[in-house]
Design a protein around this ligand. Sequence first.
Ligand code: SF4
Length: 82
Amino acid sequence: MERWNPRGSASAARVPGRDVRVRVDGERCVGHGRCYEIAEEVFGEDDRGHCVVQLAEVPPELQAKARQGAANCPERAIEIDD
Ligand code: SF4
């Protein structure tokens, strides 16, 4: 599967807008891994497979992926400020 690389794409020009803040509730996260499979630029994993935020301030060009990752968390552990 080809992964989207915002830095390697000709269409990766900065999108006007502001960064949004992402948080993960460590009490809710059980390590399904869906978030970092979808948005590896924003979410990573610790040694137990639980989510670790890699990019707390998400730029506009990655916000759709961050939101998709959050929407696919079965535990609703990811919060994104608007
Ligand atoms: S999808 Fe949700 S539960 Fe799974 S690792 Fe990500 S934040 Fe944790």
